[in-house]
Design a protein around this ligand. Structure first.
Ligand code: GLC
Ligand code: GLC
Length: 649
């Protein structure tokens, strides 16, 4: 018999028809107790199953046991739906009715390590008044799951997704905390580390014992044959730690795929068992009240011989599959992608069906580029050509995070401006290591690779912006400039469009902390220089306008207050404007037909002026200056003091 092309919609419908009665039988007690949940569940399933089926089929149809895994997945979904707490079900309905809630100008994010910021989960709870004072509506706590003692990559080596690392608290406390935060208008964000587990995770432990089902969850090879084939095309991510992407495990007498550290074992998503296991962990966590998952290292989750094993089409399918699961069992959930890769690739993770949110690593890196060069061209070009994304999604714009800064701009973009990408990266690394003459920065190299010349940069916002050097070697004038640089960077991310994210500590000008060198678990990873413990004495000075902390904090508070008062800053509609002045970035914002705010940012320590022509074109003199210190001159130009950020509207 000759068959036509498989009609996947018809197959999806007929699969669901076969599976639903089995599900109904398996959950008959739950259904009797809670018919309403079953009804909502089946409605959502009917809507989203065709997409889920298509994606799952695309990944796993080649497996003889495809249907078995599909059925298990539906069981997980039904389980999750029945065990979802009532307040989260209410939240689901609320967010289904208002799916673009995250685009509000009231949104402001913050990120911190639980232990370093507040000791433990109770400590974080005690900080809620502070988060509110600052204006946060989004709190990302760095990984807090059970992790190995000693080296654990700041928690990115997860030993159990269902347990909080004991010194930090318990899963019950986490769920309570999420509720307490939500009660105060703050959404909890946590990492879902899907690419790997720690080598102490129960799955890895069972693999180490040679259990075939668990060995099959990881990339484990008896000898170098296959690893060597893969490595022909792989990038080295943490070359300081181990060369290539594989680690020899003496206990197993085998090679294990370890993209990051050797104690972080990559999962093998070609195995549907892995997809389903991680789905169950995700749904469990969603029911603890996490509202946004930061999906860690998404670029690496699918491997294919002969490719770089980064950003492959199947990686997107996996994320879309997980997205479909949340639409069915936890529809208020959002995904944020962490893809610190080429800007073309970053954009591919963003869509309502995949990740509604994404870090904006390009803008982050180019903000620092602009600070170093005092020239806005690359940033302006990126905002013009690469900022617009689907209207139902949003960028998460940031200045610093817990990771290094990589110079991820596109070489062809740079070439169009007459800039040689690789030379320019060398310059930026020299500049931020403080080795370029006149540099204000105090950064450290991260993962410098002598084979390729690659290097990235560690350091806190304040130290990279010149505060450390100004305090130690210069004087009050340079301190003032550094404080203005910090403010300018944050003012831009607060107004570009999308969700601004503060790396907590930056709001009081926290500088590098070199004590990581004394900690054997940290000394080989310079990112710890920008992960200091919060200093209560410094935080206590934040309301003192004479103190450094107070000066930085006042700036942060004023831009947050401004953002929250201006609905023009909601959403992501941004228009770039040629300022005609190399150091002045100019853009306008409006939302849903609101008036237009025109923004000017001077990235230089010199006073700058935009020409009368630019002023007229943008009708600046007819507008009110709502923020900043720009002044109209007699000749019709507008002049900006050093590092000034002004808004007209
Ligand atoms: C992400 C994290 C980074 C971690 C890596 C491995 O990139 O941001 O800190 O080292 O994933 O999990
Ligand atoms: C981590 C590393 C970063 C690397 C990225 C890849 O974030 O810190 O340097 O580029 O992973 O996703």
């Amino acid at each position: 018999m000759i068959h036509g092309e498989l009609n996947l919609n018809a197959e999806a419908a007929s699969s669901l028809e076969k599976l639903l009665p089995r599900l109904k039988a398996a959950f008959k007690d739950e259904i009797a107790a809670d018919p309403q949940t079953w009804q909502v569940f089946t409605e959502r399933l009917n809507t989203h199953f065709p997409a889920l089926f298509r994606l799952y089929h695309r990944l796993y149809a080649v497996r003889y046991d495809f249907f078995y895994h599909l059925e298990n997945l539906l069981v997980e979904l039904a389980n999750a739906s029945f065990s979802r707490p009532a307040d989260l079900r209410a939240l689901d309905l609320e967010r289904e009715a208002n799916p673009l809630w995250f685009q509000s100008n009231a949104m402001v994010g913050g990120v911190c390590y639980v232990d370093l910021f507040a000791g433990n989960l109770d400590g974080i709870r005690a900080k809620i008044p502070y988060f509110k004072e600052l204006g946060l509506t989004y709190l990302h706590m760095m990984p807090l799951f059970r992790m190995p003692e000693g080296e654990n990559d700041g928690g990115y080596a997860v030993s159990s997704f269902r347990e909080v690392h004991p010194p930090l608290g318990s899963m019950a406390q986490l769920a309570e905390l999420s509720r307490a935060l939500r009660g105060e208008g703050i959404s909890l964000v946590l990492d879902l580390i899907i690419n790997h587990t720690s080598d102490e995770h129960i799955w890895a432990e069972r693999a180490k014992k040679g259990e075939p089902r668990y060995e099959a969850m990881y990339g484990i090879y008896p000898d170098r044959t296959i690893p060597d084939l893969y490595e022909r095309n792989l990038r080295e991510i943490f070359p300081d730690e181990h060369p290539g992407a594989f680690t020899w495990f003496e206990q197993l007498k085998k090679w294990v795929w370890t993209t990051f550290h050797s104690y972080q074992w990559d999962l093998d998503y070609a195995n549907p068992d892995v997809f389903n296991h991680m789905a169950a962990e995700m749904l469990f966590l969603a029911n603890q009240g996490i509202e946004i998952f930061r999906l860690d290292a998404v670029a690496f989750i699918w491997k294919e011989l002969g490719t770089s094993c980064e950003n492959l089409p199947e990686a997107h399918i996996i994320l879309q599959g997980y997205n479909a699961l949340t639409r069915i069992a936890a529809p208020s959930m959002l995904f944020k992608s962490e893809a610190i890769v080429h800007p073309d690739e970053v954009a591919r993770y963003i869509s309502p069906e995949e990740c509604q949110l994404s870090y904006n690593p390009l803008v982050m890196a180019l903000l620092w580029n602009t600070m170093a060069t005092r020239n806005v061209d690359l940033l302006h070009q990126a905002l013009r050509g690469r900022f617009a994304i689907h209207p139902a999604t949003a960028w998460v714009n940031y200045v610093r995070c817990h990771d290094d800064i990589g110079w991820t701009f596109d070489d062809a973009d740079a070439a169009r401006l007459g800039i040689n990408g690789s030379d320019h990266r060398k310059f930026l690394n020299e500049f931020y290591r403080g080795r370029f003459p006149g540099s204000f920065a105090r950064g450290l190299p991260f993962q410098e690779n002598p084979k390729t010349g690659d290097c990235r940069i560690s350091g806190t916002c304040a130290s990279l912006a010149g505060l450390e050097k100004a305090l130690q070697e210069e004087g009050p004038a340079e301190v003032e400039l550094a404080i203005r640089r910090i403010a300018l960077l944050y003012n831009v991310v607060m107004t570009l469009g999308g969700i601004p994210l503060i790396y907590l500590g930056d709001e009081i000008g926290t500088m590098n902390d070199y004590s990581y060198l004394d900690n054997p678990a940290h000394k080989d990873d310079s990112r710890w220089v920008h992960r200091p413990a919060a200093d209560p004495q410094k935080y206590a000075r934040r309301h003192d306008p004479q103190s450094l902390e107070g000066r930085v904090y006042a700036n942060m508070r004023s831009i947050i207050t401004f953002r929250k008062a201006h609905p023009e800053l909601a959403g992501g509609e941004l228009e770039t404007i040629e300022s005609g002045c190399g150091s002045v970035l100019m853009y306008s914002r409006s939302h849903a037909g609101s008036r237009r705010l025109v923004i000017l940012a001077n990235f230089s320590e010199q006073t700058q002026a935009v020409s009368p022509w630019t002023v007229q074109q943008n009708n600046l003199l007819a507008k009110t200056r709502l923020f900043g210190a720009a002044q109209a001159l007699e000749n019709g130009a507008v002049q900006l003091p050093p590092y000034d950020f002004s808004v007209f509207g």
